[in-house]
Design a protein around this ligand. Structure first.
Ligand SMILES: [Zn+2]
Length: 428
């Protein structure tokens, strides 16, 4: 390996490990959004020292932004020697709750063998660290590059990204005139390129009844029985219909190549009693029952059709139950997105994977959404992928870890991609 760029990355192994450990040791739990300022300030100091112009940006007024938990983001930009295109690495700096089952300190950043352990090691502080090492090594070995390199660390991806990438996109940070290529180093495995994600539609269905004494239910109208009829109709017609819908998107795991729907929650009747209450509940006919549904849809479907299927279920039940009344409330939606596999950033990273790992990159699509949705919809930037180290299945798990060799390999892929895009641009 005589390439000075790859040698530089190899030589910075200890720096990469220390950087990853430092990031894990800042517990950026979300919710509620702890230590966002601290992690942005840490990255600000590191990247400023490396010639980046940095901006700390608070998502004022975004959901969950408050004086106690401000939503801080960092954008760092390093201009090259001449004008050209900009390559942007976007990582979220927040991590999910620790949960049960850990045998390591979740914020210790312990190194054992090739693995660094901690909440966020894989999702996605390892990816953030790899992109920083890649960018710094590239800048040091190719100071004559044209265009610009940007690194952002953004808030709240784990809770929708509204105080992070969505906010920055609204402020113009992902306008195609400003940024031309985006790589999101989410943990998708170092030999895979993630082109996009399925769509989401969340809604709440409420069935309505009439309260009465539980000993005389015929004087009331039971909302839970109505909901039972809705669930039965879903089992009878909707779930079989979804199972028949296949996508050509290369979604992993394979089970997610169909349309899917989860029922996230069901609530009906009187509220649950506090755990320390020792009496009995009261005898009432429930006058309301609610479910929250989480429908994931395919690029071949459209959202109107997704809604119409649910309305058809409800109207069928209504035609069979004279007293049936319902409300349908939409909570959230995201349209599916998939970058063209011949887009410049895809081809470039694909070539770099072939060079570093001597393998053909696998194209995948994520079953759930991530910040690419905002870059696509608000930023109108289509040349975007997720590519980064770490094993996707470890995300959000106890004893989460990231492999040092995986981080080094993906840093090499990122650095070669920077060189291909900013030093040896692909001829159009
Ligand atoms: Zn993530």
């Amino acid at each position: 390996m005589s390439d000075p760029l790859l040698q530089t990355i190899e030589a910075r192994r200890d720096d990469l490990i220390a950087l990853t450990q430092d990031l894990i040791r800042i517990p950026t739990l979300n919710p509620p959004g702890d230590n966002y300022h601290a992690i942005c300030a840490y990255l600000d100091a590191r990247l400023s020292a490396h010639g980046f112009t940095t901006e700390m940006i608070r998502a004022q007024g975004a959901p969950a932004d408050s004086e106690t938990h401000p939503r801080w983001n960092l954008v760092a930009r390093r201009e090259g020697a001449s004008p050209g295109e900009c390559v942007h690495f976007n990582s979220h700096h927040d991590v999910v709750t620790v949960g049960e089952g850990w045998t390591r300190d979740p914020f210790g950043g312990e190194l054992e063998g090739d693995r660094i352990y901690g909440r966020g090691a894989c999702d996605m502080k390892g990816g953030l660290a790899a992109s920083i090492i890649a960018a710094e090594a590239f800048i040091d070995t190719h100071p004559e590059f044209s265009g610009a390199v940007e690194i952002s660390a953004t808030a709240d991806e784990e809770t929708g990204g509204y105080g992070g990438v969505a906010y920055l996109a609204e402020q113009g940070y992902f306008d195609p005139e400003r940024v031309q290529h985006v790589i999101i180093p989410e943990p998708l495995n170092k030999d895979r390129i993630c082109l996009g994600h399925r769509g989401v539609w969340w809604a709440e269905i409420e069935t309505k009844g009439r309260i009465a004494h539980g000993s005389m239910p015929f004087l009331g109208d039971c909302a839970v029985r109505h909901m039972g009829a809705v669930l039965e109709e879903m089992e009878r017609t909707l779930f079989p219909l979804l199972a028949l819908k296949h996508t050509d998107m290369p979604v992993v795991p394979e089970g997610a190549r169909n349309s899917t729907m989860n029922i996230n929650a069901i609530h009906g009747g009187a509220n649950e009693l506090p755990a320390d209450y020792t009496g009995f509940p009261s005898a009432c006919v429930p006058d309301s029952c609610r479910i929250t549904i989480d429908r994931r849809f395919l690029i071949e479907e459209n959202i109107d059709e997704v809604k119409a299927e649910i309305i058809a279920v409800l109207e069928t039940v209504k035609s069979q139950r004279p007293e049936f009344r319902y409300d349908l409330r939409e909570l959230w939606s995201v349209t599916p997105t998939m970058t063209d596999e011949y887009a410049p950033v895809v081809r470039t990273v694909q070539d770099a994977i072939a060079q570093v790992l001597d393998t053909q990159a696998q194209f995948v699509v994520s079953p759930g959404t991530y910040d690419q949705k905002h870059i696509d919809r608000i930023g109108r930037l289509k040349n975007c992928i997720a590519y980064g180290p770490g094993i996707l299945d470890l995300a959000h798990q106890p004893d989460e870890w990231v492999g040092v060799q995986d981080m080094l390999d993906s840093a090499k892929v990122m650095a070669l991609s920077l060189r291909a895009l900013l030093v040896e641009p692909v001829q159009a």
